[in-house]
Design a protein around this ligand. Structure first.
Ligand code: NI
Length: 390
């Protein structure tokens, strides 16, 4: 039995779900959220707010100010969909072939809109301000950083930030919130190996980049299993490999690439330094030349204890079950949390029927809309914890 939300939330559920389904039918990829952000701005205006549009292309921001001065709490939603062909049988499935809301950002956007309307109605109680932001391109290349570059954390200066992700493999209504690292730094790398091509029957006249690549890929795993402190969590996955064009030819070069995930900046720096040293030296032993290129992705997402405490209080007062959820996935909310104390939490929204549960980014991905009022209620209670205390 899920707890019930306040009457203001209940009165809005239908409208918020209709909005969500509309976003779901019309998914837009990162920085192309033109229709979505226009709808967002329209709903905010209809709620009596004065949204600012066009931040980092399609981002939207609105401010709700209470009568008494106090801190500024930012609530964030992401609006973008993924380049996936939807395979659900939902009545509101994507109408755009090859694009799909397969991560729940349609729900995040609708939930924050509903929350905004209720907050506008209770602003007389606020000691401070709520800044609502709807950002583009969370799935890549990342909308949070350009929003920050365009001053989203200023005017007024944001003191705290909160964000939420609905989660498909947590039971509906369960909340995962914890202080410290909860999502990983999501970096990528590329390795280029230059050898000397030649006839496959005369390997001694070549420098074979394929044998070197095969050995190097295995050896790279030892950077985590042998060189990294076992108490530090990290992942290294090689995900693409290219080289060669014929069965009887040793190629000139091989390239491969992949991702590195870690939770802490020192671990991240250590891994990169190790690989930068290992790749060229290892290749030298095979008579080929190796280059390691590192591409920095989203930083690790680290929750601050103070806003984490508000979420914990909200969860407790609502009587929702707690869950544990830390993931090696990445999330660009991390950029805001590098700048201001904040918290990011997961609300379970697994479909009631087990056969309908699929991982995020799956073509059959779906979420239980019963999480909608709970999400709104959680945001409202966090605002109350932060801005309505006596
Ligand atoms: Ni997501």
């Amino acid at each position: 039995m899920l707890p019930t939300a306040r009457p203001e939330v209940q009165a809005l559920i239908e409208e918020v779900i209709a909005l969500r389904r509309d976003f779901h039918r019309h998914p837009e990829l990162g920085f192309e959220e033109v229709r979505t952000s226009a709808k967002v701005a329209q709903f905010l205006r209809e709620s009596g707010l004065e949204p600012r549009e066009g931040i980092a292309k399609t981002g939207v921001c609105a401010l709700i100010e209470g009568p008494v001065d106090g801190p500024t709490l930012m609530l964030r939603a992401d609006m973008d969909a993924l380049p996936i062909l939807e395979e659900t049988d939902l009545e509101f499935a994507s109408q755009v072939p090859g694009k799909m809301h397969a991560c729940g950002h349609d729900l995040h956007t609708a939930i924050l809109l509903g929350t905004a309307r209720i907050l506008q109605g209770m602003k007389a109680r606020l000691k401070g301000r709520v800044k609502l932001i709807f950002q583009p391109a969370e799935e890549g290349p990342g909308g949070a950083w350009p929003m920050i570059e365009q001053g989203i954390l200023q005017n007024p200066k944001v003191d705290y930030a909160l964000g939420l992700h609905l989660w498909s493999d947590l039971p509906c209504g369960h909340v995962a919130i914890q202080s410290g690292p909860v999502m990983a730094a999501a970096d990528t790398f590329q390795v280029l190996i230059h050898g000397k091509g030649g006839h496959a029957a005369y390997p001694h006249e070549s420098a074979d980049p394929i044998v070197a690549a095969a050995a190097l890929i295995g050896a790279m795993q030892t950077v985590i299993s042998r060189r990294t402190n076992p108490f530090d969590t990290a992942v290294l996955s090689v995900t693409q490999i290219r080289g060669g064009s014929a069965d009887n030819v040793i190629p000139e070069r091989v390239e491969f690439s992949g991702t590195i995930r870690s939770f802490q900046q020192p671990v991240r720096d250590f891994l990169v330094a190790q690989l930068q040293e290992m790749v060229p030296n290892f290749c030298k032993a095979y008579g080929v030349e190796g280059e390691f290129h590192f591409h920095q992705g989203y930083p690790p997402l680290i929750n601050h204890p103070v806003p984490t405490g508000w979420v914990e209080q909200a969860v407790k007062k609502l009587g929702l079950p707690r869950a544990v959820q830390a993931t090696m996935g990445g999330e660009d909310m991390a950029y805001y949390l590098q700048e201001v104390p904040g918290a990011f939490f997961f609300l379970g929204a697994a479909p009631a029927a087990k056969e309908r549960t699929f991982p995020h980014h799956h073509p059959k991905f779906q979420l239980d809309e019963r999480a909608v009022p709970l999400a709104m209620e959680l945001f409202l209670r966090c605002v109350e914890e932060c801005l309505c205390t006596e």
